[in-house]
Design a protein. Sequence first.
Length: 152
Amino acid sequence: TYEWGYSGGPPMAVSPIGPVREVIEYALTEMPASKIVMGQNLYGYDWTLPYTPGGPLARAISPQRAIEIASENNAAILYDETAQAPYFRYTDNAGKQHEVWFEDARSIQAKFDLIRELNLRGISYWKLGLSFPQNWLLIADQFNVVKETFPS
């Protein structure tokens, strides 16, 4: 349910809500909701423009770093309502344009709403070490977190 926007591809949301929903709705035709844990990225990507297939890879960044980059470059963070994801563009010190897509409280809330709507077992995260304080505040506010251990 993530990596639509990926380091070697064109700039776009990493986990746009429409395709995420489609994947989960398909999974629900094959197994019960109680067995489905939605995967979620805790990172974004910073693409150097123009994007060219086979060109330089986008740089993975934390959501917190994305906000800092926007602030440092006086770039307005926009929100794509269709993808339910934040993004912005900026020009670096070398004059190169960039496009950044990442996650924020709004985009994660859209995923939480989907989990509840479809009565899924829960959510699992990729890249836990990256800074994303908004996420942890939302989780603490809205969920009863249970740590599960799985047999090896």
